[in-house]
Design a protein around this ligand. Structure first.
Ligand code: ZN
Ligand code: ZN
Length: 428
């Protein structure tokens, strides 16, 4: 048996977990400031939710889902994205009962069977936001604005918003028809995938990455030229609100996103730092999705922010370092008898709120002191034979090696004030 994680997955080891924890904390914090509430849905759903929600002819549903039959013969799928499950929960629990408006966020894994690349995994993690129940263009800008505020917390500034509007069921058919007409005459120049998709999902051709196809897409009609008056007004307002907020954006006529549920606004955010081109996140409006999945007609808008890509960028960019909280105390015992005291003291100090560790390998005092050093602890508490006889311990400040004797009886308060003093002097 080979001890290896499945292709396209990664273990998050303790050192990287520090990054993850801080990114997740920042996500919760920014969500709180914008008054979004957390929702946690299962990582698998009935396959139908994605087939109907994301769309039968999308890459995700056709090729990328982890679908399996459970022992009861039900077809289930590991969620390939977060929105469909949140919308399913919104309908199932009638979250619209009191008010249709819900501002929800989630943090968790999503699964897609695609070719693994740097920052792209078969199990990846998303910080997702959904603002359900509003057609207000300010809702679209709330989602984009929150996403930018999230990235800015890490010092990422060189962000570019790419924006498009793909219209609604009343204006998109006319665009679709025009597109099919124009592309049919160019069929021979298009890749096999585009040929296959032309009649079923022509909008997807616009973002084909094949250079030959891209050359054919240059002078095609744009979705924004076909918008109905309502979609036009909505898009103009989104743009105006972005400008009012000082959020820079570029119009991108080829941006259509790969999911069928999008209507009107679609966007991606690209980090320009590192010469990167790839989107850090993408989202848009989905005014028909709630009805498609069996709920009352309700508009919505959201974003899925990839966390692997963000963390990879932060690690490379060095604009942000995770702040690691050091261990407070490492207890060192000089012998067997003192070791018994160690265990008791560790629990005493932990219930006082300090982080505490000690030796588990039966090592001698010298090795224990070395372990204390390696642990990064702020202080070592040393049980010496003589000190113990006098109900005292030695407290050693690891940074400068200074020592003092402290009575065991008020060790908690003494340590707390020593550790606080050390932290203050490190910050100053
Ligand atoms: Zn429209
Ligand atoms: Zn193509």
């Amino acid at each position: 048996m080979e001890a290896a994680a499945p292709r396209g997955t990664q273990d998050i080891l303790p050192e990287s977990a520090e990054w993850w924890q801080q990114v997740e904390t920042a996500a919760r914090e920014v969500a709180r400031r914008f008054n979004f509430k957390e929702i946690r849905t299962p990582i698998f759903e009935h396959t139908e939710i994605f087939a109907r929600g994301v769309g039968e002819t999308t890459d995700i549903v056709e090729k990328e889902m982890y679908t399996f039959m459970d022992k009861g013969g039900r077809s289930l799928t590991l969620r390939p994205e977060g929105t469909a499950g949140v919308v399913r929960a919104y309908i199932e629990h009638k979250l619209y009962g009191a008010s249709p408006l819900q501002k929800l966020y989630y943090i968790g894994p999503a699964f897609r069977y695609e070719r693994p690349q740097a920052g792209r995994y078969r199990q990846h993690h998303q910080f997702g936001l959904e603002l359900i129940g509003s057609v207000d263009p300010a809702a679209d800008v709330e989602i984009i604005g929150l996403t930018i505020a999230f990235y800015r917390q890490f010092g990422l500034k060189d962000l570019e918003v790419r924006l498009n509007s793909i219209g609604c069921p009343s204006c998109r058919p006319r665009f679709r028809e025009t597109l099919i007409n124009q592309l049919t005459s160019r069929k021979a120049a298009l890749c096999p995938t585009c040929n296959e998709r032309l009649d079923r999902n022509p909008l997807r051709l616009l973002d084909c990455k094949n250079p030959d196809c891209q050359a054919q897409m240059q002078d095609l009609p744009k979705t924004v030229d076909f918008l109905c008056p309502e979609c036009r007004e909505h898009f103009d307002k989104v743009r105006r609100y972005l400008e009012l907020k000082g959020i820079k954006y570029e119009l991108d006529a080829t941006l259509v996103r790969g999911l069928d549920y999008y209507t009107r606004t679609v966007f991606e955010i690209v980090y320009r730092g590192l010469g990167a081109q790839d989107a850090m996140c993408g989202g848009g409006r989905y005014d028909g999705l709630i009805e498609t999945l069996g709920g009352p007609p309700t508009p919505g808008v959201g974003v899925g922010i990839g966390l692997e890509r963000l963390i990879l960028t932060l690690e490379k960019q060095k604009v942000y370092q995770p702040q690691i909280k050091p261990l407070d105390v490492f207890i060192v015992a000089c012998g067997e008898k003192e070791r018994d005291q160690t265990v008791g003291l560790a629990y005493r100090l932990r219930s006082y709120g300090l982080s505490v560790d000690f030796d588990f390998q039966g090592r001698g005092m010298k090795a224990q002191l070395k372990a204390a050093d390696r642990s990064g602890a702020t202080v070592a508490v040393i049980f010496g034979e003589e000190e113990l006889r006098n109900e005292m311990v030695i407290v050693k400040i690891m940074q400068d090696g200074t020592q003092q004797n402290v009575p065991l009886i008020d060790i908690e308060t003494a340590l707390a004030s020593i550790i606080m003093g050390q932290k203050a002097s490190n910050m100053g």
